[in-house]
Design a binder for this molecule. Structure first.
Ligand SMILES: Cc1ncc(COP(=O)(O)O)c(C=O)c1O
Length: 441
């Protein structure tokens, strides 16, 4: 069999779809679009490969939106979690698992960020970061960015400009400004000639709208749900300056980008800055639901946030979560996966970039490490975004051919495991190139 003939829905996925239909009799509506479009039902998973109930194998570049950092069913993680399950699972007391996790993080975290508090969902960590910023500054307003995604609870939703239909009223004190999305610059300018007009605009937003109580600026170093939008170098540094100007804290939401995904341990490192607060999750636990807030001791121990029971949560730092983080970080370090994400990310970007010229539907290809975005348009000159129908067609054609991707608006988003094999990565690039080139014809 030729290499990439192994992948794809080569057998009609009849059992897969029957199973899916049975689930739909009970499960609530509103699952992620890619789940509903694919009706994919997993029989087993290993590394970068998902196998459906009919035996079809596909390359998993959906990766649960960046959660699958070290590959499905990593043997080291399976062994460690199995042992932990039999040892102790419920309670946030001290334990060997917690100490192992803290020691692993102590080595992995950049200098200056030395305290961590754990949670179990992304939005929960973002809410905790907002509480911490209020607590540390004594102020309460927040600036965030168009196209950002930070979660779906009240505070994180107020940060998430553009996804609020039917969800008002939202809390006051939240402002937003355009992100450095150069492919769709609302000022119609080009970097670097623009001199970061978007940051200047953000400065004006705060000046005009704040009551003088800005506690934090919250930003994704690479905007995930908007299509892995990578801002130009210097953007985060400019936001750090802006935050300092208003005596506010800079919160980097690294839920998707942290733990090696972008080819650095944390994406803010690309810009040579250290934020005041970092929110993390996804790839940190490789599938176990664990998230966190990271800050310097001085920040974390100021104000009400540090009082007994103030920053805790029911499942925070439970033993399985701690074991998952300790083991995932040890695998990332043992196997040099941050460096691998950087190197393989460059190769994949190079392989996929020609699509922006040769595929009628592709307007832009971009990425940082192994977070890659392929933006679909109906017209390359006007950059008119592809419709949801067209995105669905592309998604479905890719799945049929053997590559499962994530979507976000009119962008296809790729999140392979950081340790995907070279052959698998290049098979995926070939399949994507072939499928998207054929699709627009
Ligand atoms: C950057 C970022 N922040 C926060 C969240 C919210 O995480 P959760 O869905 O676990 O609440 C996400 C989820 O995709 C995210 O990408």
């Amino acid at each position: 069999m030729a290499r990439n003939e192994r992948w794809g829905l080569n057998t009609p996925p009849l059992e897969t779809h029957r199973h899916w239909a049975e689930e739909q009799e009970v499960i609530g509506p509103g699952l992620q679009a890619v789940m509903l479009w694919s009706r994919f039902t997993v029989a087993r998973a290993s590394g970068a490969v998902l196998t459906d109930l009919d035996g079809n194998e596909v390359l998993d570049l959906q990766g649960a939106g960046g959660v699958n950092s070290i590959g499905h069913a990593d043997p080291t993680l399976v062994a460690a979690m199995t042992e932990q399950l039999a040892t102790w699972t419920a309670g946030a007391f001290g334990s060997q698992a917690r100490l192992d996790m803290l020691n692993a993080l102590r080595d992995f975290l950049p200098e200056g960020l030395d305290r961590v508090q754990l949670y179990s969902g992304g939005t929960e960590a973002v809410e905790a970061a907002l509480r911490l910023a209020k607590s540390a500054t004594g102020k309460y307003e927040v600036l965030s960015f168009w196209g950002g995604f930070h979660g779906k609870t009240l505070g994180s939703l107020a940060l998430t400009a553009g996804a609020r239909r039917e969800l008002g009223p939202l809390p006051g004190g939240f402002f937003s400004a355009p992100y450095a999305n150069c492919y769709r610059c609302p000022f119609k300018l080009r970097h670097p000639g623009c001199g970061f007009a978007c940051v200047e605009h953000a400065r004006e937003v705060v000046k005009q709208q704040s009551t003088g109580a800005l506690s934090a600026i919250v930003v994704e170093p690479v905007q995930g749900r908007s299509g892995n939008v990578v801002p130009p170098p210097g953007y985060l540094a400019a936001l750090a300056e802006l935050a300092a100007e208003f005596d506010a804290l800079l919160i980097a939401d690294e839920m998707m980008t942290g733990f090696g995904r972008t080819g650095a341990a944390f994406a803010f490192e690309h810009d040579g800055i250290t934020p005041d607060i970092v929110t993390v999750g996804k790839g940190m636990g490789a599938g176990y639901p664990v998230t966190g807030v990271i800050a310097a001791a001085a920040t974390m121990s100021s104000g009400a946030f540090s009082e007994p029971s103030a920053s805790s949560s029911s499942f925070g730092a439970f033993p399985m979560a701690c074991r998952a983080v300790a083991t995932t970080v040890s695998v990332i370090e043992r196997d040099g996966l941050v460096e691998r994400a950087e190197q393989l990310g460059k190769e994949l970007l190079e392989a996929l970039s020609p699509l922006a010229e040769q595929a009628p539907l592709v307007g832009d290809v971009r990425g940082a490490g192994l977070a890659i975005g392929i933006e679909l348009v109906t017209d390359k000159d006007s950059r008119a975004p592809a419709s949801t129908d067209l995105v669905r067609q592309a998604f479905t054609a890719l799945l049929q051919a053997g590559v499962l991707v994530m979507t976000g608006g009119n962008t296809l988003r790729l999140y392979p495991p950081l340790n995907i094999g070279d052959d698998e990565a290049h098979d995926a690039a070939d399949i994507i190139t072939r499928t998207l080139t054929e699709l627009g014809r």
